[in-house]
Design a protein around this ligand. Sequence first.
Ligand code: ADP
Length: 736
Amino acid sequence: MYQFVITVLYLTIAGLFAVCWFALRKWSTRIHAYLFFSSVANLVYDAACLLELRAKDQDSYVVALKMGYIGRIWIGLALFLFVVELCGTYIPSFVKGSMALVHAIIYISILEIERTDLYYNYMEFVIEDGFPKLIHTGGPLYFVQSALNLFYTFVGVFIITLKFIREKNPIARKRYMMTSIAMFSIGASYVIYYFKLIPLAKKFDVMIFGFAIGTVFMLIAIIKYRMLDAESLARKYVVDELSEGIIVIDAEGKIAYFNKPAGRLFPELTKGNLSGKGADNIIERIRFAIYCDEPMRMDNRVFTPRANSLMQDGTNVGTIYVLADDSEHYRYMEELREQKEIADEANKAKSQFLANMSHEIRTPINAILGMDEMILRDSSEKEIKEYADDIQTSGRTLLTLINDILDFSKVEEGKMEIVPVQYDPGLMVNDLVNMVSDRIAQKGIKFEVIFDRSIPKLLKGDEIRIKQCAMNLLTNAIKYTDSGAITFAVGAESAGGGSIMLNISVKDTGVGIKPEDMQNLFSPFVRVEGKKNRIIEGSGLGLSITKRLLELMGSDIHIKSKYGIGSEFSFSVSQEVLNSEPVGDYGHRDSKGKKHVYRELFHAPDAKILVVDDIKMNLTVITKLLKRTEIQIDTALSGPEAIEKAAGNEYDIIFIDHLMPDMDGIETLKRIKEQENKNPPVYVALTANAISGAREMYLDAGFNDYISKPVEGERLEKLIKGYLPAEKLLDTPDSV
Ligand code: ADP
């Protein structure tokens, strides 16, 4: 038996040497350090065991024992730390330090074993069946040491078993299993030794068997399952298999490491010379890309470079460059861009289609309204006038719809322009009131206008758009109110710097809006409460256009509404003040009832104009509208005809339609202008196509002005009057 134990001890010592050698050879992390530490501790312990087994008396036994404890005292702790590190469990350094301190203190008590009772409080040397041994009873530190060892081994076994259960990789599982068995056998030998569970345990320190078995399994884990290769395996599987290229440079700027993907991206790296010019170039290129915040394109892929400093204990020891493969991301962005372009194109096509359609529709409406105007002017029969009035109302509603669609596509295309002009706010309100008061009266609703008389007399802003916004709100109030009152309030407050905020609000006692419908009010073509509102005409565009127009003017729309009670829509726009005198009462300009009592603005029998349009009906409308002004009117149905007429006549104004087949208005204008002309006329574009920055376009093309179709008699007369020389204007009624 004695010989057997001696043999086991020698074999264990050899095994431990092997473990130490492996740990030293692969040394790169703390795992190796702890394994090395525990094996050396074990070696010392085993060597001392040999001495103990050869001891002849108590003194030599105690010397061997003290020597053995140099290792033995640390074995449990070192193994425990090894397992903890292997499994990636975090233990704060101060805990590890405290544990080590306790063991150091215990070891001092062992050195003083003969003089104190701290470790053993009784010792007697005997030789039993050839085994020298020390019969002893433990002191307090003996129990602390034993308890700590039991704790280490069993917690260690627990941690590693848990890791084994959770691990998916079969090789790693085996590795953990072997380590777990090793730990378990050491733990078991501890228990057997402390509690003397087998007879042999009474004769000598059976822990050496536990360590021997543990060593065997540890060796299996190291050799067969490449335990200490885990780190390099991790590098292979993780770092090298990353899609990211990684290059590390040291503090001197030399390349210290690069992973496989980096090697593939920069083959120069794999040629061995890591400190040459090629390597410098690579780092320069990466740095430049980082500096420009640009991705790097290589191998048909796109990489985003970034750099991080490598810090160790507060000093910079180098830089790690990471090239993240963002090809998918960029491909996705590219696709999105393409999709957006397609969507934009489709949207443009839609706007173009809307514009064309509206143009096509406006042309016949132009004729209908023009002819109808003639009936209203010329007929004296009451019934006929009533029919004509109805045609006028429906025609204008249709026109409003078309204009809404046109405006909407203009806003959508970003082509809606805000053109500030000087205007009289009193006149504007007067116009608005006149336009809606009849309709409100017809519905039997009360109409209240609250007008702030202190509003400055002359303002600068886009009168037409402000009017359009107010008009939208007023027509909505009329549409969605059946009884009660509509209050139209216009006020102003000083905004400093020569401007005012013009406040406009429209309040009604109509159907009101449900809170949940509020967010849909501004979605184009969406009408809330579709069923209820079906009988009310509308395109669902009014509010969205109003909102966008106000945004263009730096404002926004505000709504207060209670379902079933009524709504209030309001907005404020900043307007420049040109004349700060108070405007007084808007009502003085009341033109109520004037609507169809036509009175020409001037007579100009000596003036001559030419109107060019490919649609005969349009020419007829203009001719008829201007009949009473006695102005001489020539017409032409095409560009070439117009050029001919312009060459042989002296005109004051030439109206040219923009869209004509063969030769369009712009080309016609160019050709006419090329001809010699002593008194060049004023050129006015006629357009139904008010969609695209019309003003600039026509002025750029050489026109002096433009007028949109359907041509309104009054506007046309105003425009002509403005351009005719004073001597040709015979009389000017002062109504204007
Ligand atoms: P439309 O009136 O042509 O339907 P708008 O864009 O002008 O389109 O209005 C959108 C929706 O907002 C309307 O369908 C209506 O339901 C609601 N709305 C607008 N103004 C009022 C109002 N004064 N009272 C109640 N509901 C309103």
